[in-house]
Each structure stands twice: as C-alpha cells, then as structure tokens.
Design a protein around this ligand. Sequence first.
Ligand code: PXP
Length: 249
Amino acid sequence: MDQAPIRLGVNIDHVATLRRLRDTPYPDIVEAARAVLAGGADQITVHLREDRRHIVDSDVARLKRELDADVNLEMAATEEMHDIAVALHPHSICIVPEKREERTTEGGLDFSSAARNRLYETIARDASEYGILPVFFVEPDPEHLEMSARLGARGVELHTGALCLAHQAGDSDGLEAEWARVVQAVRVGRDLGLSIHAGHGIDYEIAPRLATIEGIREYNIGHAIVCEAVFVGLEEATRRMKALLTKGT
Ligand code: PXP
C-alpha cells in the first residue's frame, strides 16, 4: 500500500492563454497560482513552450520568486530549456515532446533517436545534480518506462490522454484497453523505483476512477480545472478536483 499522499499539480497555462488572446496584462499568473494553492494544489505546473504561446519566461521567474510553492516546469528537451531550468531551479521538470503545430502535447517522448536520448540523459543528469526532480512524459508502455529509468529519469508522467478520450467518447473497449496499459505501466514503473505521475485530459469524471489505481503519486491537470473555474473560480475548481483524487486514499 502506497502511504504517500497524492499530489495535485494544477497546470495554469490556460490562464496565460487568456492573457495572450488580447495581449492584456491580466489575468495575472501569480494570482492564479495563489488561487489554486488556496484550493489545495500541491504544485504549480507550467509549460514554457519554445514558441512562448502562453507561459513566458518572466511568468516562471515570478512564480519562483513570489511564491513559496513547488513549480513543475514542463519543457522540450532542448539546450535552451536545459539552461532555463538550471537557472530557474523548479522543483521538478517534466520533459515533453513538442511540435509547433500541435494544440497541446500530443504523445509521450520518442525514444527512437540515439542523439535525442543522449539529450534526455544529459538534461536528467544535470537536473538531478541541481536538485531538480527529472520526470519524463511517456506513453504507458513498459519499454518506455524502462528506457526512462535507464536515461536517468527519477519519475515518469504517464500520458493519460488516450484513456481520457476513450472515457469521454463512451468507448468502453478503448477505455478497458487503455486502463490495462496504465495499470501495467504503474506496476512496471514502481518496480523500477520511479515516481509515478499521470497527466493529460483528466477531467472530473475520470479523476476519482484514476485515483483507485494504487501507486500514482501525482496528477497534473489543467484544462478541466480551468474550464470548471469559469463557473466556480479557480480555488473551488481545484478544491473539487483534489477532493476527488484523495477520496478513499
Ligand atoms: N501533463 C503534460 C505533460 C501536459 O503537456 C499537459 C498539457 O499541457 C498536462 C499534463 C495537462 O493536461 P490537461 O490540460 O489536458 O489537463
């Protein structure tokens, strides 16, 4: 039985997306972070994309400077992001694949290139040396988890997008297949000694079901919480999600 309490990271990229829609000085990213922390978030998750389409460098710096909270920096495996991570020193980094034309992160990391794998390894090693937890965003595939451990990841965030989409579409066969993949990945990851996280597409319906999978230590959730916040505010939207994830644990 995993005794560690679950952690909720709230991804506030969409708050910056609203700001970008009109290039206004509001909504303020630090105020948004304060609201989700008040609602029980354990960390602030932001994705500093290479095109800076929502979160910008100064947002991450302000989150670090103005708040006493863990920041989880999602980033592509590039030298630029490596240097930013080392300089800003977040609690954790989550290395994600990034394509300019995508609306959001589409898949887990691609381990098919030796050169790219070396870059993952360098970033993971340097992060560990600087006291930053290196996490890889991966498909729930045992080989990808083994590769992550070999390259120095200390945690993996399992891509739950396909599972959540199957659930939303009422595709029970798809859901069952994805569920089995995630359950197996959690087991493999724990055997490898990795911290197991989950993220992408998680909404208020699937959250309590995911929470029944023993061994997932952390969830990073953005879109559903910001959507709920339209009706109840960020603090309450976070509180409701945290309650669903911690029920019964
Ligand atoms: N985890 C990772 C690695 C992501 O790229 C994203 C999307 O930015 C999330 C979690 C949050 O996903 P969602 O917004 O669908 O909850």
